[in-house]
Design a protein around this ligand. Structure first.
Ligand code: NAP
Ligand code: GDD
Length: 329
């Protein structure tokens, strides 16, 4: 291939896939994305790109596929000839992974193995980004966590991601593949799925302020997460694949806040007393809960010069204001 800037993204319709696509297109890449057949053709997060005649089928190509369908994945590789693979796809909800453990583990775990094997067979080198997660640390033995912190996952999702993370290391060491694990902490945006806590809170605060809803029902308000901006985190993914050596990197802000603090900040944006509207329901609790996650991103800051932008308050405001904007339409 003459054009080395050819990327393939699994999970292109997700939060991260959509921001990464925009970033790569801006950088002059040809982007190939794998999409699933669904009963509704609208893929809301990338619809603006699909409708752009200067982009769609010019520099952005969508291929039907599924993580369980190896023959199709191989065919997509043959057609697209990617030089960079960003493997982001899979069921990504930790709580739901207790309800649908088998498919979650197949997508988060075994699919990574399938893709590593396909990459190993390619005639040309392909740089591989694996979407690992802070969930691999589970019941943590130290805080903040680094690339060297032991993996002690506490959910089916976390176990599958730990399996895939270690497998990526094995393929890097055994076959010399250029494989990077991005160990990403929670990252949010107005494009976050509606059943993740930050989007759920932002949406409810906006709707309650407009009289469209009357309450917000949540699970554990005390858990703490290291929340960053998705737009910054896809930049980190790209930087990892541009470095001269493949490696693993923690991507985090180093700052941690409770779900309660997120609620307080979101309701402050719409100037409402949150205690009046927020109810607790144990139905949203998980069989095992990670009470506090916080990452140390020193390695990626020093090696790749990455840093997060904005504050926690900025993130909350951006998400609530985006919801208010949606309600105007
Ligand atoms: P997301 O919004 O839930 O997107 C998941 C993507 O995977 C969607 O495009 C989805 O397609 C696709 N997908 C799911 N199952 C598939 C299958 N069987 N075959 C093909 N595609 C499939 O997730 P995200 O927040 O963008 O996260 C991206 C990745 O990073 C995930 O692997 C997640 O586990 C990991 N991660 C996320 C975070 C975070 O805070 N966001 C932190 C650490 C790691 P549909 O649109 O068709 O459903
Ligand atoms: N989803 C959800 N819904 N979570 C709630 C709720 C609720 O109603 N109430 C409280 N929580 C708590 C959860 O128990 C958890 O402690 C915290 O809010 C964050 O939950 P999520 O937003 O669902 O994110 P997560 O931390 O479990 O997982 C996300 O981040 C991981 C990285 O640390 C996902 O994006 C994973 O894919 C990612 O790997």
């Amino acid at each position: 291939m003459s054009n080395e800037k050819v990327a393939l993204i699994t999970g292109i319709t997700g939060q991260d896939g959509s921001y990464l696509t925009e970033l790569l297109l801006e950088k002059g890449y040809t982007v190939n994305g794998i999409v699933r057949r669904t009963s509704n053709l609208l893929r809301s997060r990338i619809e603006h790109l699909r409708r752009d005649p200067k982009i769609y089928d010019k520099t952005l190509f969508l291929h039907y596929g599924d993580l369980s369908d190896t023959t199709t994945l191989r065919r997509i590789f043959r057609e697209a000839q990617p030089r960079e693979l960003y493997h982001l796809a899979g069921q990504s909800h930790v709580g739901l992974s207790f309800e649908i453990p088998e498919s979650t583990c197949d997508e988060a775990g075994m699919a990574t193995l399938r893709l590593l094997e396909i990459v190993r067979d390619q005639g040309q080198p392909v740089r591989f980004y694996h979407a690992s997660t802070s969930e691999i640390f589970g019941s943590v033995v130290e805080s903040p966590q680094t690339e060297g912190t032991p993996m002690r996952p506490t959910s089916p999702y976390g176990c599958a991601k730990a399996f895939a993370t270690q497998l990526c290391r094995v393929y890097r060491q055994s076959y010399g593949l250029f494989v990077c694990n991005g160990i990403l902490y929670n990252h949010e945006s107005p494009r976050r799925g509606e059943n993740f806590v930050t989007r759920k809170i932002a949406r409810a605060a906006a709707r309650i302020s407009r009289g469209l809803d009357s309450e917000l029902v949540l699970g554990n308000l005390d858990s703490k997460r290291d929340w960053g901006r998705a737009q910054d985190y896809v930049q980190a993914m790209w930087l990892m694949l541009q470095h001269d050596q493949p490696d693993d990197y923690v991507v985090a802000t180093g700052d941690t806040h409770s779900v309660r603090e997120f609620v307080e900040a979101a309701f402050a944006v719409v100037d409402l007393p949150w205690e009046k509207y927020v109810k607790r329901d144990a139905a949203f609790d998980r069989p095992m809960e990670l009470t506090r996650l916080v990452g140390c991103a020193d390695k990626i800051r020093k090696t790749l010069k990455w840093k997060p932008s904005g504050t926690f308050q900025d993130l909350v405001r951006e998400m609530v204001e985006a919801e208010l904007e949606t309600l105007k339409n």
